[in-house]
Design a binder for this molecule. Sequence first.
Ligand SMILES: [Zn+2]
Length: 252
Amino acid sequence: MKRTHNLLSKNELDRYNRQIMLPDFGKDGQKRLKSAKVIVAGAGGLGCPASLYLAAAGVGKLTIIDKDKFELSNLNRQVLGWQRDIGCSKAEVVAEKLRALNPEIEVHSLVIEITEENIGELLQDTDIIVDALDNWKTRFIINAECVKREIPIIHAGVSGLYGQIMTIIPGKTPCLLCLLPETPKEVSNFPVLGVTPAIFALLQVMETIKLIVGFGETLTKKMLLFDLESMSFTIIPVEKNPECPICSHLKK
Ligand SMILES: [Zn+2]
């Protein structure tokens, strides 16, 4: 991520003091977060906790995209949707709460479905996209356009007590299509405990912050699988498919 010369205000120095104290972070890291533009695609079980912590950390521009409204059955995991928000647009409710949490940052909401037609425009001014989606069709639309524009994707998917996460850096790591040449079957209404997406969402935030600030190791060229039933983490190496129709032409 580019270095910037955005100055931090006294309020910002105070608000982010405890993370600025981190040796790998400092004021420079905070300035990088301030100039970063991140899209959170999906304001559900992953998107609510992810956007909350991205906002708290001070990512300068956040765009929350979700076409749906909160329903009662969402509230066990979509923690920015409260009882009073049932029937209201998820993206708008989440954005409003993020603004209340952190007025120093810019938060936008888009109540739309991500499609092949609009994805190019959506990604025009974005550094990173957090895949907080619940369907493969949209994930592959994002994957294709992000590879084209060389925008990193922080992918996560959960079900029940299981989940997976990996960071896609086009050209450097496998893309989603490298690993899944056949689109997996879409499953709606799968069982899930709120804790599962929350854990993966926060891992996504960690990956996002590390990429922006530029420290530590990230889940690039590897996928983390977490089974919360047995509390076992597994990290498996993943490789680019040299025949991938989407990303094989990119070399880094
Ligand atoms: Zn690929």
